[in-house]
Design a protein around this ligand. Structure first.
Ligand code: GLN
Length: 477
């Protein structure tokens, strides 16, 4: 326990812990698992701060559905994990709890005491969840992924991170950032752990209005079935000859660090030696994804975060002397200026602007059009049709999965340029397209970059083919 405390102190991964561990179901199927939960997912036994001063005193009166399911199956929740404020960020540096430090030990640094090693970002926004798993503080962790917040930290910390298809895991009890993009995701050191947790929490929940219905789930499962049954990744010698892997050319932009390409190439060579067919594909709308994402995510955030008024929700900030208390606007403005960090305020302003009558067409609607194109790009790339469409048509020349680097680089140092300015926004360039299209994507470790730090590759599939995506990920890890 002392060792764990020290580890947590050096990584800053977990921000609250239960005083006693009461497991209501010690013989449940997950009773062997310890799980950390991102601090924007509601728990009754621990605070849910969203790393925001606004919620620093908040404890939820109910558990999120995902947490309730884990507890009911016997998992032990060991603590709440640090994150970027309301999930806004890529490096877990926007947090009232302070930044998360990546626990990875590069081979050349093993002999240096931990406190003297270079401090790198664990990625974000679910950096605490990823760091807790990577440091061995727990077996698995829940995060949320709106534009890459599970896949990016998984890649930077050298572990596996799944963003499931949108709508498969209930968002009930998950503090909303951008509802049309938010997904609960899972971290683990192995795909088996990730899959066990995913299978336990992926079920229809009538409390989530955007949950995928049992009918759509069944339909997606039936569509993916034939391919899955021909792949058996559990064999020590998997045969991938029925698998068509698409390599999207737009995912090798000029910002991509060259040593990442080397690591990805090794993965491709291995998959090809197991029989997989590698097929170059084009997803032409990809270059517009990042701008569309930040318009849509900020617009939805500005609406969601309007509820923190210091009256019904959020910590009310005391008014400065001389300010007129009788004007409710003063309470509201002061509470929001004091309670939200700089990044959150930036998004609220940006999102509010995109939704004003003057800007709506040029920004919000335009971003929605880009989103439709991104979805259409993916639908024309995949062999299996999208089960969410009313009359899906199959595409015999399509691919089964797409494979690309998870990030443009390895984890940046916490004191580097990548942490300020536009740096953090660029980190998501590979991950936002799958978010806009609601597709399943998993980042798995794929060796290291020239600096010795972990590199992740992402496998992306058609909506609902989460099992296939995990199956291919397992072959790679
Ligand atoms: N980095 C992205 C953002 O800041 C994604 C965050 C997320 O997925 N929660 O919005």
């Amino acid at each position: 326990a002392e060792h764990a405390q020290l580890l947590n102190k050096s990584t800053n991964a977990l921000v609250s812990f239960p005083t006693k561990n009461h497991n209501p179901n010690p013989h449940g199927p997950l009773s062997h698992l310890t799980v950390a939960v991102k601090d924007n997912i509601c728990t009754t036994h621990l605070p849910t701060t969203c790393s925001s001063s606004m919620l620093r005193h908040f404890t939820s009166p109910f558990d999120a559905t995902a947490v309730e399911l884990l507890k009911a199956k016997g998992a032990t929740i060991i603590g709440k994990a640090n994150c970027d404020e309301f999930g806004m960020g890529s490096l877990n540096v926007n947090s009232i709890h302070g930044p998360v430090v990546n626990p990875y030990q590069s081979p050349d640094e093993k002999h240096i005491p931990r406190a003297e090693r270079e401090q790198r970002s664990a990625g974000g926004s679910s950096g605490g969840s990823a760091a807790a798993v990577a440091a061995g503080l727990c077996d698995a962790a829940l995060g949320t992924d709106t534009g890459g917040s599970v896949r990016l930290p998984a890649s930077y910390c050298g572990i596996t991170g799944l963003k499931p298809s949108y709508g498969l895991i209930s968002r009930w009890g998950v503090v909303s950032f951008a509802d049309s993009l938010d997904c609960v995701g899972v971290f683990g050191k192995s795909m088996d752990t990730v899959k066990t947790v995913f299978d336990s929490i992926s079920s229809y929940d009538p409390k989530d209005p955007t949950a995928a219905t049992p009918h759509t789930r069944e339909r997606a499962k039936a569509l993916a079935e034939s391919l899955l049954s021909t792949l058996d990744a559990n064999l020590s010698d998997p045969d991938l000859s029925s698998l068509r892997i698409g390599i999207p050319q737009e995912y090798f932009p000029s910002e991509l660090n060259i040593t990442i390409v080397t690591a990805v190439r090794k993965v491709l060579e291995r998959l090809s030696s197991l029989g997989a067919q590698l097929i170059p594909v084009s997803l032409p709308s990809t270059p517009y994804a990042l701008s569309a994402y930040y318009v849509i995510a900020s617009a939805e955030a500005s609406s969601n975060l309007a509820r923190y008024d210091g009256v019904q929700y959020g910590t009310r900030s005391p008014l400065l002397p001389g300010v007129d208390k009788s004007k409710p606007g003063n309470v509201y403005a002061h509470t929001r200026s004091a309670g939200f960090g700089v990044e959150v305020q930036k998004r609220i302003l940006l999102g509010t602007y995109a939704l004003t009558a003057d800007a709506f067409d040029n920004y919000f609607l335009q971003a929605q059009r880009v989103r439709q194109r991104i979805k259409a790009d993916f639908d024309s790339a995949f062999r299996v049709p999208n089960a969410q469409l009313s009359n899906p048509s199959p595409n015999p020349d399509g691919v089964d999965i797409l494979l690309h680097p998870s990030a443009i680089r390895s984890a940046p140092r916490l004191d580097s340029d990548a942490v300020s300015g536009l740096g953090p926004y660029l980190q998501d360039v590979m991950t936002v397209p799958a978010s806009l299209a609601g597709l399943p994507a998993v980042s798995v470790p794929a060796g290291s970059a020239a600096d010795g730090w972990p590199v992740g590759v992402s496998i992306v599939g058609q909506w609902g083919s989460d099992e296939l995506v995990m199956c291919v990920g397992k072959v790679i890890e």
